[in-house]
Design a protein around this ligand. Structure first.
Ligand code: DGT
Ligand code: MG
Ligand code: MG
Ligand code: MG
Ligand code: MG
Length: 282
């Protein structure tokens, strides 16, 4: 591009590169989804079609952006975790956030009619905000995800009880809110069971655990050790073997599919059985 006297304006751009060696979490959240879900008549407290659409949009984002290693969704939000060694857009926060937000929104709109065939998307249209947060260690990044999953549990137990009191107990919102003020988890479980014969443990995992999207291979058996270090071949025979192994590895990766599951990501088990999720070999 030729220089022009206007080019100096480029110097007004402020740097926003996220620190190296940090896991980057981009979280998107539906803007004004209280109003949006009301307008489109989403089921309370949880609308399966709505969550399926969120999950489908998140899986599309992960397909488009292979740097995302795992995603976690609840309610109107989704968190996308980019690998610590990610170099996409030189790690510029604004480019990462805007790309994730617009890709997610585009797919949410594109896939709407597949999930709500009887309900045309008009106004208000769905929009999402986004932010990027760098986490300097796997521990911090996992604590972030644990924070979201604990939030999922707390909110869902509250909402399930709140709506049971209204839909099954005939209370109005104000009375239900008053009834739940100051209650602990055990109290809510008790209200659900004694009054409505609902065992919270039997509620669907998608609502109790949220949605986890990642690339899946064969599970590592619990307790098995995993050797992630590539070995240097010392003779030709081993070169042949390692070639075959490389082929195998390639096939395994090609077979990897983006999977959606509803499971615990707070405990170590999920991560120990799927060491590839956080390794930098996609
Ligand atoms: P914001 O994020 O500050 O722009 O405002 P909101 O209204 O999006 O608030 P937020 O994100 O804190 O809460 C999410 C809202 O979306 C909340 O009012 C409940 C609603 N929502 C999310 N999922 C469902 C669902 O499955 N069914 C129904 N009925 N509502 C849902
Ligand atoms: Mg909000
Ligand atoms: Mg929102
Ligand atoms: Mg939200
Ligand atoms: Mg361009």
């Amino acid at each position: 591009m030729a220089n022009s006297k206007y080019e100096y304006v480029k110097d007004y751009e402020t740097p926003d590169k996220l620190p190296l060696d940090n896991w980057i979490v981009v979280r998107i959240d539906g803007r004004g989804f209280h109003k949006f879900t009301t307008k489109y008549g989403f089921e309370k407290p949880n609308d399966k079609k709505g969550m399926d659409l969120m999950n489908a949009a998140a899986m599309a984002v992960m397909t488009e952006l292979p740097d995302i290693v795992i995603s976690y969704g609840i309610s109107d939000e989704y968190s996308f975790v980019l690998h610590e060694s990610c170099t996409l857009f030189e790690r510029r926060a604004s480019k990462l956030v805007s790309t994730v937000v617009s890709t997610f929104t585009a797919y949410y709109v594109h896939l709407w009619s597949q999930h709500f065939p009887e309900l045309p998307l008009t106004l208000p249209l769905p929009t999402f905000d986004g932010r990027a947060v760098p986490y300097p260690s796997i521990k911090r990044m996992r604590d972030y995800l644990s924070w979201r999953q604990v939030d999922c549990h707390i909110n869902n137990l509250y909402n399930t009880t709140f709506w049971a009191l209204i839909q099954l107990g005939g209370l109005d919102a104000k009375a239900a809110e008053k009834e739940l003020a100051g209650t602990l988890s055990a109290d809510k479980n008790e209200i659900l069971f004694s009054r409505f014969k609902i065992n919270y443990n039997n509620e669907a995992e998608i609502w109790k655990k949220g949605s986890v999207v990642f690339r899946d291979y064969e599970l590592v058996e619990p307790g098995a050790s995993v050797d992630e270090t590539p070995k240097m071949p010392v003779n030709l025979a081993e070169v042949e073997i390692s070639k075959t192994q490389a082929e195998k590895e390639k096939k395994r990766r090609a077979k990897a599919r983006i999977t959606l599951q509803h499971l615990d990501i707070i405990k170590d088990d999920f991560w120990e059985r799927r060491p590839w999720v956080l390794s930098n070999k996609p």
